[in-house]
Design a protein around this ligand. Structure first.
Ligand code: ADP
Ligand code: ADP
Ligand code: ZN
Length: 214
């Protein structure tokens, strides 16, 4: 099964993608996580990407598209994957469609997690991230067992630099300008499904399971 998660920054794409990956035993491929791992390791890609991420801008397509195409060719993706944070631009979506077409394949569903901007700003201030394993928490809605410590790997949780309010507002603008057009793109392919992302996490997941078939 090949799934794409669409939605504004903070809509809950990563939260739901992890659960989909667990239930269907497919890899969770998050471009944000890949960039953050590269930044942490100080790779050339990481250094280039950081300049854009810190400003709330998208990393240019030239740096992003090839990275994802390579990742999806790895053997663990042979039975499908859940893509979180990719595509984010029309050229990224077109490249994914054409790479899959070459293999006679296609995406099964694009799940749009719909959350209004005002909820996003409130949600993001409470997000806490583990930059070691990629786990995500929320100070009110998804608390770790021990405050400030990752349940999975025991490392310290942080407020991501790009989750500060000024950068979140910029990222929302970028989302509306560059990523929201993908909703129509996948609607035209007949594979868009929208879920109400303002429900609690459990109910959002139930709505997704209804779409994908248990
Ligand atoms: P969020 O979880 O808030 O949606 P991500 O972790 O997916 O954020 O992405 C963080 C940042 O990484 C983005 O704001 C952007 O700068 C960069 N990024 C992630 N995915 C892409 C992509 N597909 N194209 C361009 N930039 C990306
Ligand atoms: P995205 O990957 O779309 O940027 P995340 O999955 O990281 O979004 O979620 C953003 C923040 O909101 C995290 O702190 C997460 O714990 C929290 N969150 C996710 N889904 C919900 C929900 N349905 N209700 C309340 N908070 C949520
Ligand atoms: Zn962790």
């Amino acid at each position: 099964m090949k799934i794409i998660m669409l939605g504004a920054p903070g809509a809950g794409k990563g939260t739901q993608a992890k659960r989909i990956a667990d239930k269907w035993q497919i890899p969770h491929v998050s471009t944000g996580d890949i960039f953050r791992a590269n930044i942490k390791q100080g790779t050339e890609l990481g250094n280039k990407a950081k300049a854009f991420i810190d400003k709330g801008m998208l990393v240019p397509d030239e740096l992003t598209i090839e990275l994802v195409i390579d990742r999806l060719q790895q053997s663990d993706c042979a039975n499908g994957y859940v893509l979180d944070g990719y595509p984010r631009t029309i050229p990224q979506a077109e490249s994914l469609t054409s790479e899959l077409n070459k293999l006679g394949e296609s995406v099964d569903y694009a799940i749009n997690v719909d959350v209004p901007d005002e909820n996003i700003v409130r949600r993001m201030g409470g997000r806490r991230a583990c930059l070691t394993c990629g786990a995500t928490y929320h100070i009110a809605y998804a608390q770790p067992k021990q405050e400030g410590i990752c349940d999975r790997c025991q490392n310290a949780l942080v407020l991501r630099d790009d989750d500060k309010p000024e950068t979140v507002l910029k990222r929302l603008d970028v989302y509306h300008a560059q990523t929201q057009p993908l909703i129509e793109y996948y609607e035209n392919q007949g594979i868009l499904r929208t879920v109400d992302g303002t429900m609690d996490m459990e109910d959002v997941f139930k709505a997704i399971v209804d779409i994908l078939g248990a």
